[in-house]
Design a binder for this molecule. Structure first.
Ligand code: IMP
Ligand code: MG
Length: 180
């Protein structure tokens, strides 16, 4: 096999094996915590589609998966602070145990907005599972009930996360090196 084309200018921050191990641990923890209830994973599109797919398979409980489309960034790397819903849940969530699955909590604005929105629909509970957290950029403190990794203030790509819609299909989390 030749060298990877998409990963050519990306350096590894968290490799695929470390991600898989951490996702298994989170799945086990969630399985224990929700043992007696029925769970709805709310996958926040697009960034958490890969994380949700892996996490769902690491949870040994009956569950539903819902998708919530959210746009909080333009094509660049700065948060606009504006959260737009581009795709809503397919069913009501009243009385259900909701676990929001995010790729990364950066400023916290997206999760803060989603928590408020979902709570108006009267679920039994709402918790947050995020693969990554960048505490250096916090603007609103939000609860992260399940966290994969805390990272420094660098823009990361891969495992679902994009830079201008690219790199989502990298199997690891990495940093884009500025070319030439
Ligand atoms: P927040 O509202 O600032 O917390 O940002 C949430 C969203 O911004 C995340 O769900 C990501 O989609 C995007 N985001 C924040 N930081 C990064 C990054 O380093 N790489 C890729 N996307 C990011
Ligand atoms: Mg996201």
């Amino acid at each position: 096999m030749g060298a990877s084309t998409i990963a050519a200018n990306v350096s590894t921050m968290i490799d695929a094996e470390s991600i898989a191990k951490r996702v298994r641990e989170l799945g086990e923890q969630i399985t224990r915590d929700y043992a007696s209830s029925s769970l709805v994973l709310v996958c926040v599109l697009k960034g958490s589609f890969i994380f949700t797919a892996d996490l769902a398979r690491a949870i040994d409980l009956p569950l539903r998966v819902e998708f919530l489309g959210v746009r909080s960034y333009g094509e660049g790397t700065k948060s606009s602070g504006v959260v737009q819903i581009t795709h809503d849940l397919s069913r009501p969530i009243e009385g259900e145990d909701i676990l929001i699955v995010e790729d990364i909590v950066d400023t916290g604005l997206t999760i803060a907005h989603l928590l408020e929105l979902l709570k108006t629909r009267k679920p039994a509970s709402v918790k947050v599972c995020s693969l990554l957290h960048k505490p250096a950029r916090t603007r609103v403190v939000v609860p992260i009930d399940y966290l994969g990794f805390t990272i420094e203030d660098k823009f990361v790509v891969g495992y679902g996360l994009d830079w201008a819609e690219r790199y989502r299909n990298l199997p690891f989390i990495g940093l884009v090196e500025s070319s030439s």
